[in-house]
Structures are given as C-alpha cells and as structure tokens.
Design a binder for this molecule. Structure first.
Ligand code: MN
Length: 745
C-alpha cells in the first residue's frame, strides 16, 4: 500500500517510534509562523521550567509531551497562539501555575485556550450517566468559546494514544474506549479525518487487540503485491491525464485498519473483498477540472453504475467535498477514485483546522465559518446516525430535551427544548427580553412563538416600543423568562399603567364636568370588574392604561349619566340633509349615533372602524347598535335593501379624545435583512404603539409579509404611517387590516 503525502506527525501508526525522540524546540520553531516564533519560544521556556523534574510513565521528560502536541498543531498549520497553548496545555493541571499567572505572561487567547483544554481534560466520560451528560455539555461549551480548544485537545489525545503503551492495561482500555466514543467522532464531525482515522486505529489496537493484529498481518502480507498494482495504475493515469492537466497529484490512498474492519463487519465482506479494491486519489487545481478528469477516467476505465458520488455539488455535513467513482481499472482491478482540488483535499484531511492553513497567522475564522462549525458541534450531539453507543445513550437521555443556539457573535445559549425567541431574549438580558418584538433565525424572520432548534443562530429584534404581554407566558419554557415577564406585568400593574389608566378616566370625567370622589370612582370601577372578567380595580385601570379597554366605554358602563359627552357636534341623517333632532348616544368607542340615546353601541369584528373612518350605525335586532365603516359590506348591503335601510343611522366620532384604537397593518416587502427593524422604527417614529408582530417569509419569491398589531388615535395617523412605509425602499404593499385578522396572506 502506498502511503500518501502524510506529514511526519501523521505517519502511520507504525511510524510512532521514530517520532517521539526526534522533535526538538527548533523543529517546532521552524514550523511556526514567523511572527509567532517569540511567543512559541517563550511558551516553551515557561513550560519546560514548570515541568522540570516531571517525567511521563515511559520515563522520558514530561516536556516531550507538550512539545509533541505543539508540533502536531504546527503540522496542522495552526496559528501561533494555538501552538503556544499546545506547549502550555498541562501547566494549569500539572504544575503550580494559576490562570492569573498565565495571563500575566501570555496574551489572549493563549490563557483562554489553555484553560479550555484543562477543563476538558478534567472530564471523565466513564463516571455515571448524569455526570457524562454534564461533562459533554461542558466540553461543547468550552469548545464553542474557541474552537482552537478542541483542536489542541485532539492533538493532546492523539499523542496520549500514541504513548498508551506505558499505561497500565485497565487505563489503556478506558482511554481507548473514551477515544472511540467521544474524540474520534468529534474529530470526524469537525472534518479532521486524518486525526479521526489515527485515533480509531490507535484505539482499536487496545479495544480489539486480536482483530487488530490479524488485520495488520493481512495488510502486510499483501502489501508488495498491492503496491505494484497501485504504482502501475498511478503511472498510467499520470501519462494519460498529465497531457491535459500538468499539475495533477496522483497518489494511492492509505487505508486505515479500523475503517477496513468496520466495512468488513457492516457489509459482511471478507478482507480480500475489501482490500482488493484499489484506491486512488487525484488532486487537481480547480473544481471544473474534477468533472473533466472523472469523464476522462470513465472513457478508459468502465464506471460501475451507482457508484458515482458527487460530494462537490452536494458537500457532506462536515464540509467534505470530492468526487467518488468506482471503475474497472488497470488490469481489470476494481478501483475507487477520489477526485478533488487541493483546497478540498485540505478540508478533507484537516477539516476545521484547514481554515488556518491558507490564512495568515493569527487570523481568526470568519464569523460565518465559525458558526458553521459550531452548528456541526451541536449536530454531532444530536445526530441519530452517529455510530457511538455512549453518544446514543447520552443524546436520547438528555440532549433530546435541550437545544443549543447561538447569538450572532457565536455565544452559546443553552435552553430547554421547545424554547422560543422570547426565552432566548431573556437568556441574553432582561432588557432584551422586555423589548423584543421578533427574531431572525439563520437569517430568516420568525415570530416570537417560533420553536428554536439545535444550532440556530438567533438574532433578537428589539424595539423601544416593545414590551411583554400576558400571552407571552404561554410561549415560554424557561423559568427565567416566565419570572421576568410576570415581574414586568406586575411592575406595570402597580405602576405607570395604572396611573395612566386612572388619568384617562379622571380626565374624561373632568372633560364632561363630572365631579367624582376617588372613593366613589373606585367603587364604580369595582362594580364593573365582572364585565371584563378582571379581579381588581388596578387590573382594570392597567387595561385602560394599556389602551386595551376604552376609558369612554368604562365610564359609560359605570354610570350611564356619566356617558354624556361635554360637547356634541351637529350631524345629519343619511341622505336627508336635516339637522339632527334627538340627542345622540355616545357609547363605547367615543361614537355618536344620531337619533339614538342610551342604546348600547358595539364595534363589530367585521371592519373595526377607528376615528376618522366614515361610519354608520346599524340597529341590530335586540342587540343595540353596531357601528361599521361606511365601506363595510354589512352597510353596503343594507343600503341596497329597502327593509334594511331604515336600520341605518348616521354616526360620527366624538372629538378630542386621544384614546388609541387597535388596528392591524399588513406589509408585504422584499425579504431583506433589517426589514423588521426598518418597519418598526418607522412606526415608532410616528409614535405608534406596537402590540405585536407576526412575520412570514416566502423564500422562493424572496418576499416577506409582516402583520403589525398597533394602536392608533385615528385614521389619519394610519394613513400617514402607511404612506411612510409605502415610500420605504423594498415595500411592495402596505395596508390596513381588521384587527385580529392576522392572516399573513
Ligand atoms: Mn496532555
């Protein structure tokens, strides 16, 4: 078998003996980015001093271990701080140095990475189930802070696995099982397939010693014969493809013991059936060459149907990209060919670490890349297909009822399952929760009742006009959010809303020249609580203060005598042109209906008129008067009907009230980032109070629909703000909806 272009650190398992003694600090520095050499040299100096006198079980100086870990990191082309952290990764655990001292000597992120690695190292996955879950959670959180933590930890584990020989047998098995259950799948999830394969092979050696030994013998006895075929295939391809693609890199592929073993077991195949498969890899320059090369190979070697896989067009979850095809190859030997570009290869081998490879030293991952990997981490926990018994059990037991989400900056927020953006907002800060009006999840707008899922990136949208409402309590699952919402409601219950509710009632009475003592007023308010199904006078005042119950209606209910408005304007009967003859009634909603006095007035659900709308009273059988918009179908139908027409009465709005009325606004817009913010800031600029908001995105058409439940004083206010929204760039339409009509289409 031909071994590919493996670097010294990742040579096959059998190469380990030569590795440990060869590396020196100078070798390490030679592989360190130039501008980090001072940092790494200093880290070595400090680590060596602190570990002086300590030896590993094998008898060699302890410093060899951190030096090798740092060397693996340098070999992965990791940045200076990661390499320095590799050298220092055991000083907090094994020497007297404290985190504070470390921070005095080294700039961030070195101390944080070291601390993260130390935290993970303290984790034992072999204790009881509950502790395992908590441990895994801690590990994920530590990694999420800085992914370099897990890369350092994987290199640490790799070197410990390579030196497992000197451990007592029970530890060899325990550490190997942990490696197989936790660290190899983790490396796989991060796309670090080389480290994954090495960890698996090393662990298999201790967990399945007999299978391991047998496989190893089988591989070595067949090696010479296999290598000959591989070499001939490579030189054939090189001649054939080289004329068109001069810079191709064609190699045989190292096969890993554990992956052969797994394939044999899973597919019930014999060693010969698997091992007789030739495995080649073609690495080219550009993506489109991959497809051209596949075509050329298929024209000389017949492809086996159903074995072509295009992971370039459809990358794997861990971002692996490559074309796979199986052909009847050179001398009729079945040959598996992988075709990929250099950068795809780098990602395939090193996964997340590849992101440091092509970048200047000290360059951090871009936010979106970082988030992509963070999502990988959370999926790793929840993925049902992960072939690991321990993880399976963990995930079923506990992760089923947790979700891990991220802020746009990548901070982890962990919540119970079924949590909503409201829970998320309160987990960030009370002020964010109190002011949230919506959320963008993975760049899509959602409403506050949306259920969060693992790996969601949640951007909470707040507004100065936003505030909690009672129904939020039905949409939160965290105790914290519940408590904060109740607190807010309670605060308002005894605070400003009650005050403003009382002010509204008192001002209204004053306006009508009605003198009422506070005691008398409170008694009157108490007498109508049952109408609104409320418990206390303060509850009622709060609702009035909120604007959800009208002061005018309340006053009329308390005492019909108080219902008379101070001043009335003249009005006409429809079509007659005559001045009104009877005093008009003024009932709920500050409406005057000509010719009717003391008749209860209701606002119907069908059209919800607001001040300024042309309106018409309609006498219903036994249920008083309903007031509709003139344009409402009920009115229009009645106007055309001889029998119905007499039921209609002219109506108009009482003036000077300053009360607010609920309406809904429906806005259709191009779906762009900041949309919800844009619109809600236009509303608040017009001093319009937002009760709630609902959004829906049509991704196919790139259109979003927003429904805002707002409170307005009159129709001109609605018209002004709708005009402003219509003029906003990206708005397709903006119109008024009946309140409660929250249909999004
Ligand atoms: Mn270590």
């Amino acid at each position: 078998m031909v071994v590919g272009a493996d670097g010294p650190a990742f040579a096959s398992v059998s190469g380990e003996a030569t590795l440990q003694s060869l590396v020196t600090i100078n070798d390490l520095l030679a592989r360190t980015p130039a501008d980090s050499r001072d940092l790494v040299a200093k880290a070595y100096e400090v680590a060596e001093r602190l570990h002086t006198g300590q030896v590993r079980r094998s008898g060699e100086p302890y410093i060899n271990h951190p030096l090798m870990v740092a060397y693996y990191l340098a070999d992965l082309n990791m940045d200076g701080p990661s390499i320095a952290a590799g050298l220092l990764h055991d000083v907090l655990e094994d020497t007297g140095m404290t985190r504070e001292e470390l921070a005095e000597h080294f700039p961030e992120p070195v101390p944080s990475i070291v601390q993260g690695v130390t935290k993970i190292s303290r984790i034992s996955f072999q204790t009881n189930r509950d502790a395992q879950v908590e441990n895994l959670r801690l590990m994920i959180l530590a990694m999420a802070q800085d992914i370099r933590v897990v890369i350092v930890k994987l290199c640490d584990r790799l070197h410990n696995m390579k030196t497992l020989k000197s451990m007592p047998p029970e530890k060899q098995i325990k550490i190997s099982e942990e490696t197989m259950d936790i660290y190899a799948p983790l490396a796989n999830r991060l796309g670090m397939s080389r480290i994954k394969s090495e960890l698996e092979d090393l662990a298999m050696r201790w967990i399945l010693p007999d299978d391991y030994r047998r496989l190893r013998e089988l591989v070595s006895t067949r090696r010479a014969e296999r290598e000959a075929i591989v070499e001939e295939s490579i030189s054939f391809l090189r001649n054939y493809l080289g004329k068109f693609f001069p810079n191709l890199q064609i190699t045989g592929r190292p096969k890993h013991f554990y992956s052969i073993f797994k394939k044999m077991k899973e597919q019930g195949l014999s060693f010969d059936q698997i091992h007789d498969l030739n495995a080649l890899r073609v690495i080219c320059e550009e993506e489109n060459q991959c497809y051209a090369i596949m075509g050329m190979i298929h024209s000389v070697w017949h492809p086996i149907p159903g074995r072509i896989k295009d992971y370039i067009g459809m990358p794997k979850k861990n971002m692996y990209q490559s074309i796979h095809t199986t052909v009847i190859g050179y001398k009729g030997v079945r040959t598996e060919v992988q075709i990929r570009t250099r950068s795809m290869h780098s990602v395939a081998e090193f996964g997340i670490a590849a992101h440091w490879k092509y970048k200047e030293a000290n360059t951090e991952l871009k936010m979106d890349e970082r988030l992509a990997w963070l999502r990988q981490l959370t999926e790793w926990i929840t993925d049902l297909n992960e072939p690991s018994g321990l993880l399976d059990a963990l995930k079923k037991d506990v992760f089923a009822d947790r979700v891990m989400c991220f802020t746009p900056k990548g901070d982890v927020i962990e919540l119970p399952a079924h949590a909503t953006p409201i829970d998320f907002a309160y987990a960030i800060h009370t002020r964010v929760g109190d002011k949230c009006i919506g959320a963008r999840i993975n760049d899509r707008m959602v409403n506050l009742r949306h259920r969060l899922e693992n790996g969601d990136v949640v951007d909470i949208i707040t507004s100065t006009m936003g505030h909690p409402s009672r129904d939020w309590l039905d949409h939160v699952v965290t105790g914290r959010a519940k408590q904060k919402i109740k607190h807010w409601l309670k605060e308002r219950n005894t605070g400003e809303w009650i005050e403003s509710g009382r002010r509204a009632v008192v001002n209204l009475l004053k306006e009508r020249n009605i003198a009422v003592q506070q005691g008398e007023l409170d008694a009157a308010l108490a007498s109508i609580l049952s109408v609104y199904k409320l418990q206390t006078v303060n509850d009622l005042l709060m609702e009035i203060g909120f604007g959800s119950i009208s002061a005018v209606a309340t006053v009329a209910r308390m005492n019909p005598e108080w219902a008379k408005p101070a001043k009335r304007r003249g009005a006409r009967k429809p079509g007659t042109g005559e001045p009104k003859k009877k005093p008009a009634s003024e009932g709920s909603g500050g409406i005057i209906v000509d010719g009717l006095d003391g008749v209860p007035i209701r606002l119907p659900a069908c059209c919800s008129p607001i001040p300024g709308d042309p309106i018409m009273g309609y006498v219903t059988r036994g249920r008083g008067v309903t007031v509709h918009q003139l344009s409402c179908r009920t009115v229009q139908r009645a106007l055309k009907d001889e029998e119905e027409a007499p039921r209609l009465h002219a109506a108009h709005w009482a003036v000077g009230e300053g009360r607010v009325h609920p309406v809904s606004l429906r806005i259709v817009s191009e779906d762009r980032t900041g949309l919800l913010n844009d619109v809600s800031s236009i509303l608040s600029k017009h001093n319009i109070f937002i009760d709630g908001c609902k959004t829906k995105s049509d991704h196919r058409r790139g259109i979003a629909t927003l429904i805002f439940d707002v409170n307005v004083r009159d129709v001109s206010e609605v018209d002004t703000v709708l005009k402003a929204i219509q003029q906003r760039e990206g708005t397709i339409s903006a119109d008024r909806r009946r309140r409660g009509d929250s249909r999004l289409s």
